[in-house]
Design a protein around this ligand. Structure first.
Ligand code: FES
Length: 163
């Protein structure tokens, strides 16, 4: 909508200045010129970025790894995108078939996850190593703005339900 308004403004300014009349032939040129000017204008404006929140993973070896997580992404994608080194994590690539993406949350953080686990996730969690009351599968947890500062523990062991 903003871009349409901008194009209209540019076109009307062009009409007022150096383009005396619109003919069917000049219209496509006019449109091309206005698009060019919009692109020039837009390139100097920072593109809206997806919101980012800070998430810290407490790894098996006791190390902490802090990452910037995009709101709307799931934790499996975030771990992959940020190259968080968790051996065997996400073996089924989020198809709810392995339970290797098992993560453990603090109670208050667990309560912030808007989507409750589905029956399929619960079935797979039952096969996870070191299951707790606040366990979730990372591929099923979508990051929200409320999760800024989240600290998530990676279980000491991993079991792949497919084996
Ligand atoms: S990646 Fe396999 S269940 Fe989540």
């Amino acid at each position: 909508m903003y871009t349409k308004r901008l194009i209209r403004t540019i076109v009307s300014r062009m009409l007022a200045s150096d383009v005396p009349s619109i003919t069917s032939q000049s219209w496509s040129q006019l449109k091309a010129n206005s698009t060019l000017q919009v692109n020039r204008f837009c390139s100097s404006v920072p593109k809206p970025q997806k919101d980012l929140v800070k998430v810290t993973f407490l790894l098996r070896d006791g190390q902490r790894q802090e990452v910037k997580a995009k709101v709307g992404d799931n934790l499996l994608d975030i771990i992959v995108e940020n190259s968080v080194d968790i051996d065997g994590f996400g073996a089924c690539e989020g198809t709810l078939a392995c339970s290797t993406c098992h993560l453990i949350f603090k109670q208050e953080d667990y309560d912030k996850i808007p989507d409750k686990p589905t029956d399929e996730e619960l079935d797979m969690l039952d096969l996870a190593f070191g299951l707790t009351e606040t366990s979730r599968l990372g591929c099923q947890v979508i990051v929200t703005k409320d999760m800024d500062g989240l600290e998530i523990s990676v279980p000491k062991g991993v079991s792949d339900a497919r084996r």
